[in-house]
Design a protein around this ligand. Structure first.
Ligand code: AMO
Length: 434
């Protein structure tokens, strides 16, 4: 629509055509207002019943809420209007009428539960505070991409249909691939390593990961967005520097470029970029600190994974983002390298937000024979991964990387209660459509 003006750009003295949704009709008797909403905001359309053509008044005021309309007219200053201007219409066209029985109220006056909202995402996204989440999500992904470029990374895209899984512990979604069993990929792990071993050296990918986990929690999805990094000639400390830079860049972008969205979410006063460097706490110190909080029924011992309760206890104790480093080798996957001077200790790390884990990463095992040993120790058949392991025979440099959960990043930045709020069309145990 070439001659269309966004509501936010309509200035007094202009003749404009605005198009959008009927947000509200306020009929005060002799005078009535149609509030028209578009992506940029809202504008008041004024109908003075005695002074205007009857057909025009009827078309403009009999229309149901959320219908799509196009209005042409003159813009005038009106301090009492919500945006300080109003349009006196010369023509009103109903482009797409809406059924008056709406499954949810986009004006937000009537609350809807999350399930109704997700079933009617188009209507849900007409609310300022919901639109704000996805405008911020888009800004975060832009900032993350830009930050990776400052680290000389190349953006890659790897297959999502694969022959084998990589992340033990979570289940695979099987599919049929021309009569053969295949799976939806759990992580770009092996592919990103294979490319870090090429001349490309430093890569990142932002793409879907599929996890057939049974969890039905506010922080698990069955399809999530993973922000992955892999860099040749990097160790785990370099990878931690990169992830800290990426997370910080995301917060800064929201602070600098999303003032209106933060206001729509009511976060304008409380939002802040983490100011301290993220402390790096060894696994050993972490379990000591957790035990010292007295929050757990059973004391943790070396080798235990951290339960949600343990993570929460430590999160409260630290009070900000932090890394847990030097995990026991036996609870990290085969591709994570052990410390050269202590094979019981791995170079694996996690980045934690006080509410939950955001990242796993580490230096990778790049020595062919050690890699094969790792597969065998974890009960995996190295022959199934030959496409991967054989490249370690042809000059694989030391390398490190991480996977950062995109929705968890957005959820923690905005303090959302449920991870599903950060996804347009979430996939979980109950939800396969829309
Ligand atoms: P991991 O399995 O820990 O590591 O996943 C990395 C990060 O991805 C996010 N994540 C999820 N988010 C929502 N729902 C899920 N079901 C889900 N599963 C994972 C989390 C998690 O920290 N290959 C390694 C990464 C690496 O070493 O590079 C991996 O996938 O935020």
């Amino acid at each position: 629509m070439q001659d269309r003006t966004y509501t936010a750009d309509a200035e007094p003295g202009d003749d404009v055509t605005v198009a959008g949704w009927v947000h509200e009709i306020r009929d005060l008797g002799g005078i009535a207002f149609l509030i028209l909403r578009d992506t940029a905001g809202k504008i008041q359309i004024k109908f003075e019943k005695d002074e205007m053509d009857d057909d025009l008044v009827e078309t403009g005021l009999d229309v149901s809420r959320e219908s799509v309309v196009k209005v042409s007219g003159a813009v005038e200053e009106e301090p009492r209007a919500p945006t300080g201007v109003e349009v006196t219409p010369e023509s009103v066209e109903i482009i797409a009428p809406a059924d008056p029985e709406l499954p949810l109220d986009p004006s937000g006056k009537v609350d809807a539960d999350l399930s109704t909202r997700l079933d009617n995402r188009t209507l849900d996204l007409r609310k300022d505070e919901v639109q704000a989440v996805f405008e911020i999500r888009s800004e975060i992904l832009r900032a993350v991409r830009e930050q990776f470029r400052t680290f000389d990374c190349t953006e890659i895209n790897t297959p999502k249909i694969v022959a084998t899984g990589t992340e033990g512990g979570t289940e695979l979604f099987p599919i049929t691939y021309f009569g053969e069993e295949a799976f939806m990929n759990q992580s770009p792990q092996l592919f990103k390593q294979l490319i870090a071993g090429s001349n490309v050296e430093r890569v990142f990918e932002i793409g879907p990961i599929f996890r057939a986990e049974e969890h039905n929690t506010p922080r698990h999805l069955n399809e999530a967005t993973s922000i992955d990094f892999e860099g040749a000639f990097c160790d785990q400390n370099d990878a931690m520097d990169v992830v800290e830079g990426v997370v910080r860049a995301a917060y800064e972008a929201v602070e600098n470029n999303c003032a209106d969205e933060l206001e729509a979410l009511g976060l304008e006063d409380e939002f802040g970029v983490p100011d301290e460097a993220f402390p790096r706490i060894s696994y050993e110190d972490a379990i000591e600190r957790i035990n010292a909080t007295g929050e757990l029924d059973d004391q943790l011992v070396w080798g235990d994974d951290l339960s949600t309760a343990a993570e929460e206890a430590l999160g409260q104790d630290v009070g900000g983002h932090y890394f847990i480093t030097d995990w026991p080798s036996e609870i990290k996957p085969f591709y994570i390298k052990d410390h050269d001077d202590d094979p019981e200790l791995s170079t694996g790390f996690d980045l934690m937000h006080p509410r939950m884990e955001l990242v796993s990463g580490g230096q990778r095992e790049h020595r062919h024979e050690k890699l094969i040993e790792g597969f065998e120790q974890q009960g995996l058949d190295p022959d199934q991964f030959e496409y991967y392991t054989k490249m370690f025979k042809y000059g694989m440099p030391p390398h490190a990387g991480f996977g950062l959960g995109g929705e968890r990043l957005i959820m923690t930045i905005l303090g959302l209660d449920n991870i599903r709020e950060a996804v347009l069309f979430p996939r979980d145990r109950q939800r396969l459509s829309p």
